[in-house]
Design a protein around this ligand. Sequence first.
Ligand SMILES: Cc1cc2nc3c(=O)[nH]c(=O)nc-3n(C[C@H](O)[C@H](O)[C@H](O)COP(=O)(O)OP(=O)(O)OC[C@H]3O[C@@H](n4cnc5c(N)ncnc54)[C@H](O)[C@@H]3O)c2cc1C
Length: 409
Amino acid sequence: MDFTISKEIELIAKTARGIAERYPPEYWRELDEKHEFAEDFWRDISEAGFVGAVIPEEYGGSGMGMQELLTIMDNLSSYGCGLAGVWYLMITEVFVALPIVRYGTQDQKERYLPKISSGEYEGCLALTEPNAGSNTFRISTYAVKEGDEYVINGSKIFITGVDRAKVMVLVTRTTPLEKAPKKTLGITLFLVDLPNKNIKYSLIPKHGINYSGTFEVSINDLKVPEDNVLGPIDYGWYTLLDILNPERMGFAIGAVGTAELAIKKAVEYSRERVVFKDPIGSYQSLQHPIAESYAALQAAKLLTYKAAWLYDVKHKPPEDVKNGDAVMKRVLSYKEVGDVANMAKVIAVENAIKAVYWSMQIFGGYGYAKETDVERWWREVNLLRVAPVTQQMALNYIAQHILGMPRGY
Ligand SMILES: Cc1cc2nc3c(=O)[nH]c(=O)nc-3n(C[C@H](O)[C@H](O)[C@H](O)COP(=O)(O)OP(=O)(O)OC[C@H]3O[C@@H](n4cnc5c(N)ncnc54)[C@H](O)[C@@H]3O)c2cc1C
């Protein structure tokens, strides 16, 4: 086992840290309060090649993998950006660019990837539905084939970034659940150009991360050309797994980075704040929970990088990405990526929440004031208990698919 950090990774980390230092916590505090998108930051991370990190060089990207992308996110997040260090990259790069890189046709790659790499195109993923929630198989947004196009109707909820996106990965059914040979079949992914008059959306006011909007979406008689099917028809669940695993990795590293940022700030404060005789940082009741969560966060980080390594080195889609059986077999044969990514997400998020909670506690009343930023990081890391996957669903996965316990739902 070799944990040496390569020169290339060191350089990526240094560049990300340089950008993060230009976008400190007060920048994000202001945008969160004003509900504004971080235009300057987006431009800078595009120019640094971060938005195109996983996009091959022939399409204007940096030709890197998940390990490098996590390094970028890790450093952006822990050096000042908090969860914003991963958020925009997740929405556009992981949700949209990555599946196009892995499952797109030549034409789809040429149409979308150069514009995503340059930062011109943002994207969004429309998966969650009001009546399906964590049970993706129950989605009812439906695509019917008519000639050489599909007509799509349905509704989606909590779709982040649809207001700015130029391309959406839309998850639909093309075979009803009751007619599918098995419940994982009958789902198909589409690339949809936005804006589109047949897609309407309205903002969901939310608890945190207000430098990015999240929306309810309705889709009425949307026509999408057959050429815009992404990956195999009816086997979209397996293509989706290829997005969901990196999604868990990205948010795991975002949780760790945000918590490390909060810890750094709280530790500095604890060394100076004196209310009795010694600095409050000398009290073991404050030291132990912070130390315990810090150690667990380092373990979560290692697990997250392991998931990325498995994904980069061992997990490649088959040659023929339109062949559903081949895609299914290939994705199932790399179950270990999902195993490690789910475990990483669970421990990263639980310990990030614990770390940020204790950071707030260290700040006493000031932790409740906006100016210290910890209350914002608290709102940010708490989201990760429910999205992108709830902690309970990730634990269900570990219990059933790793430990072999029976399924109770
Ligand atoms: C800010 C934000 C941004 C989001 N962005 C996007 C996006 O861009 N695109 C997108 O598609 N989605 C997005 N989502 C949706 C997110 O992925 C879902 O909210 C999440 O998957 C949970 O689904 P749900 O909210 O319907 O909860 P539900 O599935 O209704 O779950 C409710 C509760 O029941 C528990 N529960 C349900 N089933 C089980 C079970 N079998 N065992 C144990 N407990 C269970 C859950 O753990 C949870 O605690 C976003 C959500 C938020 C809040």
